[in-house]
Design a protein around this ligand. Structure first.
Ligand code: ADP
Ligand code: ZN
Length: 530
């Protein structure tokens, strides 16, 4: 009834003031909390930094019993619990880092009704003893954090999450709230279905992060480009640099350190102590740069991360959005910067083909990559493209805060260039029954008599030197865009180039190919003067 709802609302607001010291709810928080306090299930999609925690912490405090939070972020539980205790909230956790006595203490507190919040790793709920423990306690709400981990095709899939549907079966009258910052329609549907929450109310916040400036530049000399970006725009700022491999993480961190940037590496190959140290230094110190594989950053609450840089192409737009979303949680201007090139496309296409998984898995991975490439190659607003991917509309056609809006890229008619490149692939295949990678194709186009060109007698091909009108970087751009547009494909462990079905349309003159010219220098100048 009305009175009851109003009481819940007031109580929630009182808790917000009294416990957390905040004036007002942000965005959808108030509505979500009211719904869950009243006993309803909720699926909450909010960008990183949107304030998801309060959405379950306040219901846990307002409703009688203990709120159980399922989270995969074991490394952060101690910090989360300490922070809550400092506010006077009775919080505890159970995970594999505890010894027997510590766990017994928490269990006893739970059974005595002395806990407001209990954090649990998902694998705990596969153990009957834990379920038994929970059934002897009074539970106020189940919160399933990082709920996209239940999505099998997602980039953070955790099999343990699949077992969480049993919460709804065993505790039918306890409200559940699933939260995530990853929100394609597909992931959204999978969360609802796999967690068994058909009646949940859905709260979808805007995914726009207006204070983040998105920029994607062509990759030439990535470490140098990164250093220039840091020195020119983020000298002394805290930030994260993502690389795909451990080796490049180590090399990049070393390179930055050698060049006067305070930087430390973070990846799964480092021992636990070093990782914990680098993470806590990042949280505590000002102006530290962490160079990391994607393993770094999930759940880290550092508001003043001023930039996120990618030296390698992320595997999906979801991943890119989550990683870049770690910048600027305080709302201050921040940069999402990425260097992207031909080799990224070749390498990822190769990885998908040579990787594990069945045909369906490969198709999904390829679709993820295609969406990511579309974002990289777009000549219109990156923010609009990004939001469009999540099914949301951009606030304006021109956001004024991405590279393509700040300096609209030129496009050119690349049809003839495309035909030259594709013809070279065709000649090699038809006349010589050979397949080669991008490097050799470009050398042939440019008419270069390299050792490998001479070895294979490629200077005798009719296409030898037909591409002398363009420079090598331009040809790399052409081949990259052909790959991105599906007009060329990558095959085998050497990443050789082969035609696709669509190539024929270009060769036959039935399809025009528009290409973009990336104005890297202009972008840098524009953002400096802004
Ligand atoms: P998320 O989990 O969605 O990434 P958090 O729950 O960690 O976000 O919240 C991000 C930051 O915003 C935290 O520092 C939090 O204290 C702060 N915050 C959340 N809600 C409010 C609010 N209503 N008023 C002021 N600050 C808030
Ligand atoms: Zn824009």
């Amino acid at each position: 009834g009305g009175t009851q709802t109003r009481t819940a609302e007031t109580e929630a607001l009182r808790t917000l003031h009294r416990v957390f010291g905040y004036d007002a709810f942000r965005g959808a928080q108030g509505e979500v909390i009211e719904h869950v306090v009243a006993g309803g299930d909720a699926v909450v999609l909010m960008p990183t930094g949107g304030g998801k925690s309060l959405c379950y912490q306040i219901p846990a405090l307002v409703r009688p019993g203990t709120g159980v939070v399922v989270s995969p972020l074991i490394a952060l539980m101690q910090d989360q619990v300490d922070a809550l205790r400092a506010l006077g909230v009775r919080a505890g956790f159970i995970n594999s880092t505890q010894d027997f006595d510590e766990r017994r203490t928490v269990e006893a507190e739970l059974l005595a009704g002395e806990l407001d919040l209990l954090y649990l790793a998902p694998e705990r709920l596969r153990v009957e003893a834990t379920l038994d423990l929970l059934s002897r306690a009074k539970i106020s709400v189940f919160a399933i954090d990082e709920a996209h981990c239940v999505a099998q095709w997602g980039h953070d899939f955790r099999p343990d999450y699949l077992a969480l549907s049993l919460l709804g079966e065993r505790w039918a009258d306890v409200p559940r709230i699933a939260l995530t910052a990853t929100a394609t329609d597909a992931t959204h549907r999978e969360i609802t279905q796999r967690l068994g929450m058909p009646d949940a109310r859905h709260f979808v916040a805007s995914f726009d992060r207006p204070n983040i400036q998105y920029r994607i530049v062509p990759k030439n000399d990535p470490k140098k480009q990164l250093l220039a970006f840091l020195k020119e725009e983020h000298d002394g700022d805290a930030g994260i640099v993502y690389c795909l491999s451990r080796a490049s993480v180590d090399k990049t961190a070393q390179y930055l350190s050698d060049n006067g940037v305070q930087a430390v590496p973070y990846h799964a190959g480092l021992d636990g102590g070093t990782r914990a140290l680098h993470q806590s230094r990042f949280l505590r110190e000002e102006g530290l740069v962490v160079v990391a594989t994607i393993a770094f950053g999930m759940g880290i609450d550092k508001p003043d991360v001023r930039f996120v840089a990618h030296l390698d192409l992320p595997k999906s737009v979801e991943g890119y959005y989550q990683e870049t979303g770690r910048a600027g949680r305080d709302g201050m201007p921040s940069t999402a910067w990425m260097a992207y090139g031909l080799q990224d496309v070749v390498q990822q296409r190769k990885m998908i083909q040579g990787g594990e998984g069945d045909e369906a898995f490969r198709r999904r991975a390829a679709a993820h990559l295609d969406a990511m490439l579309a974002l990289c190659e777009t000549a219109s607003c990156r923010r609009a493209q990004l939001l469009g991917y999540f099914g949301q509309e951009a606030p304006a056609a021109n956001c004024g805060n991405c590279d393509t809006c700040l300096t609209p890229p030129q496009t050119w008619d690349g049809t003839v260039a495309a035909q030259k490149a594709l013809s070279t692939v065709v000649r090699l295949q038809r006349e010589r029954n050979q397949k080669f990678g991008a490097g050799q194709i470009i050398d042939i186009l440019l008419g270069r008599r390299t050792a490998k060109v001479i070895q294979f007698d490629h200077d005798a091909l009719s296409v030898f030197g037909i591409g002398e009108d363009l420079s090598e970087p331009q040809w790399r751009g052409v081949v990259r865009q052909l790959l991105a547009q599906g007009l060329l494909a990558v095959e085998g462990e050497y990443g050789t180039l082969v035609l696709t079905e669509a190539s024929g349309e270009v060769l036959g003159g039935r399809r025009e190919v528009r290409m973009r010219t990336e104005p890297e220098k202009a972008v840098r100048a524009a953002s400096r003067s802004a």
